[in-house]
Design a protein around this ligand. Sequence first.
Ligand code: DGL
Length: 258
Amino acid sequence: MRIGFFDSGIGGITVLHQALKLLPNEDYLFYADTQNVPYGEKTKDEVKQYIFQAVQFIADQQVKALVIACNTATSVAIEELRERYAFPILGIEPAVKPAVQKWEIDRKKVLVLATNLTLKEEKFNNLVKRLDHQDIVNCLALPGLVEFAERHQFNEEIVGSYLRQELSRFDLCQYGTVVLGCTHFPYFTGVLRDLFPEGTDLISGSLGTARNLKRILENNDLLESASGNIVFYQSGVRVEDAATLERYGQLLAMMDER
Ligand code: DGL
């Protein structure tokens, strides 16, 4: 059986990429809710509806586990999804814990970049409250990056100007770690790296999520020897045209270069 990956758009590919490295002998189903992206600018109720509909569709295709490869969807719906389905469901959260731990070493602050909805959610705010005893965590929503990613604008000058503008109110030298708390953001690692001082770490939860997936499959005796085949769906429609499939392939290859 396949492992399902779900995101509002192409962000989930950045997590799927890590899973393919750790678990190359599995087959995958990748579902992007392209009709409803971006989630981060919508209300919680609206986004929950989209998620429940998409996950039911994925469950109907028979998956053995599901990765919610979207920080926003995880923050609004993961508990309810786990109540609804019997297969293991994993989420992704902004990697605040390792970032805050690094403060012990470098005494530098943490900047969490995510969507507006993730930053508003109780789940994220509880996480920060639990971990940020030194008051070193600052947050910034970057909805523009989701739009750029969906338009496949990764390196254009317009991305740099957007980021310079959004980051202008922060003293970037104060930050030791930048948390990429949205799965669309790792595509912009290069641009972000150029804006922050040398030595600033950019981290995301995607590797941790892939490791969790491997552990859960092992523990549940669900590993198999398949071929790494991926089927893609966009809002309930199987992607079959060569151009779109090639674009997904290019995105995976792009992550290899990161
Ligand atoms: N990729 C998603 C995340 O990790 C959300 C992007 C969006 O749809 O706004 O948060």
